[in-house]
Design a protein. Structure first.
Length: 238
């Protein structure tokens, strides 16, 4: 008898929990495109290490003592003119619980990144259509993320923009479904400094007058930094 009989799996679905004392990944590459939003998004990671990690599928939780990333190179190229995707958008709401991520410390060394418009040619100085940074070093203490809720206590941020500006910063960035917050931020270059504490509501500030908006800041801006950021303007002023 060649008739196939389908067997019913009566085993109960078991939750999956993965404990990783040490997890190492080398030579990782990722890339994607999204019509109308992302022309190119790619990242290359030379080395990634996770210590004391726990992946709990039942609780939808990821925890870890530390994550260390070395030699990360990333690019985000966005289209100049948004194209409308012809593919239907899936608007079905997910019934699963959002994942919760708790990492004790995150350290990134020797990174570089590019954020640019498709086909853009970089101009002298700071060009918002072509922002390239190198020498990136980041240290985050107690990273938390759950759905729209994010908390990033930044112990160290160091980077050099292609205009020549060297940036160092500390502070805590957080957000939820209501507002984004920057607490006790200190941003310094070789010659200038900015201190700020700010809150901005999530939404369209031009249409919703009830959205919170608060900024407390002080700054000392050096002419040397202005000359690197805006060389054309500096030459006109001189």
């Amino acid at each position: 008898d060649s008739t196939a009989v389908e067997k019913t799996d009566t085993a109960a679905v078991m939750p999956l929990t993965v404990k990783a004392r040490r997890l190492s990944l080398d030579d990782v590459e990722f890339g994607m495109k999204l019509v109308g939003t992302i022309d190119t998004l790619d990242a290359r990671i030379n080395s990634a290490k996770l210590n004391d990690g726990l992946f709990d599928m039942q609780k939808a939780e990821i925890t870890g003592k530390s994550v260390m990333l070395d030699s990360v190179s990333a690019r985000y190229i966005y289209p100049l003119v948004a194209e409308l995707s012809k593919e239907p958008t899936d608007t079905t709401a997910s019934s699963s619980a959002p994942w919760t991520v708790n990492i004790g410390s995150v350290i990134l060394t020797r990174g570089d990144a590019l954020y640019a418009a498709s086909g853009a040619t970089p101009a002298d100085g700071l060009d918002l259509n072509y922002i390239g940074v190198s020498e990136i070093e980041i240290e985050v203490d107690s990273l938390f993320n759950r759905a729209t809720e994010i908390r990033v206590p930044l112990k160290k941020l160091h980077a050099r923009e292609r205009s020549g500006i060297q940036l160092d910063a500390t502070g805590t960035f957080s957000m939820d479904s209501v507002a984004m917050n920057a607490r006790d931020f200190a941003i310094n270059t070789l010659y200038s400094s900015i201190n700020l504490d700010a809150t901005m509501g999530v939404g369209d500030l031009t249409k919703d007058a009830d959205l919170p908006l608060r900024l407390k800041a002080s700054a000392k801006i050096s002419p040397a930094d202005l000359e690197m950021l805006f060389p054309t303007m500096s030459s006109m002023l001189s």
